[in-house]
Design a protein around this ligand. Structure first.
Ligand SMILES: [Zn+2]
Length: 298
């Protein structure tokens, strides 16, 4: 069997709303090779064998819980709408989700006892998503949002906790990898931290919070380039400067698609401007939007 046939087996059959859409088709063709590259990257980072995982494409429909991919026992589910929209960095997402699969496979039933900050922090750190997450969350939380973003590692876990999770590993640089490797063997996090870093949990948590604050505080003050870029397009549209607004929103879409929390508004604005300017592209764009925008609140 050739390598390409083997790789193709990683991608599960898909028969959803984009089955005949050339946008998804292009991504599907590349997915097995990109998943394999992500697996190799994770193996290089951790120096452990990473098992192959299957990839399922799933239409989110009107599930608006967010761009997050899901992973389970040996599979990763990617939401097609966000994939087609280019709303996340696919290569980083594959490393991230593959790490979840790896840790789950290594720990078995003990995985349920691993705190959320360990699971997510390690995945973000290995995928190199910490810095971009810090920028987005700072923009989402707003100027006075530091206490929402840095509040300790325990407690209930939500969107705004993700940078602090990453900071737990980023802070210690390359030793973060040693800590992740240890956490593939045990769910006793305090013992792993003690062994690898020589810190007790109180120190580890305090130092993590200090690091997260140091990274986030300058970002919270702004300005946030993606937010500014979209605002500028919206302001031009409000002044009926349609051609300029269209150019501005396309500028946003060229640079900032991975800011998924702004993407729905941007795509809607582009569509509205195509309509207003009588563009011949409007009909096709409207068809695409009807499929893509189900994941964003109306
Ligand atoms: Zn995750």
């Amino acid at each position: 069997m050739t390598t390409s046939l083997l790789l193709a087996l990683l991608l599960l059959p898909y028969d959803g709303k984009y089955a005949d859409d050339p946008r998804l088709d292009a991504i599907r063709k590349e997915l097995p090779a990109r998943a394999e590259a992500a697996r190799k990257k994770l193996e290089d980072l951790l120096q452990v064998k990473v098992p192959e995982v299957g990839i399922r494409l799933v239409d989110a429909g009107d599930d608006r819980s967010g761009v997050f991919a899901e992973s389970g026992d040996g599979f990763i589910a990617l939401k097609t709408e966000y994939l087609v929209l280019g709303a996340f960095d696919l290569d980083k997402t594959l490393v991230h989700e593959m790490f979840h699969c790896l840790q789950r496979a290594r720990l078995g039933r003990r995985y349920d006892r691993v705190p959320e900050w360990v699971r997510e922090g390690a995945a973000l750190y290995l995928a190199g998503q910490g810095p971009e997450r810090a920028r987005s969350l700072a923009a989402i939380a707003g100027k006075d949002g530091i206490s929402k973003l840095v509040n300790g590692l325990g407690g209930s876990h939500g969107l705004l906790d993700y940078y602090e999770d990453a900071a737990a590993f980023e802070r210690v640089g390359a030793r973060g990898r040693d800590l992740v490797r240890k956490l593939l063997e045990t769910d006793d996090v305090a013992a792993a931290v003690k062994e690898v870093l020589g810190e007790d949990m109180a120190t580890f948590e305090a130092e993590t919070m200090r690091h997260a604050r140091a990274v986030l505080e300058p970002l919270l003050a702004g300005p946030h380039a993606p937010v500014e870029a979209l605002r500028k397009a919206q302001a031009l549209a409000a002044e009926a400067k349609d051609a300029e607004a269209l150019e501005a929103v396309r500028g946003f879409l060229a640079l900032y698609r991975t800011e998924a929390w702004l993407l729905g508004d941007a795509v809607r604005l582009e569509l509205e401007l195509l309509r207003r300017t009588g563009s011949p592209d409007h009909a096709e764009a409207a068809k695409r939007a009807a499929k893509d925008l189900t994941v964003f609140a109306p």
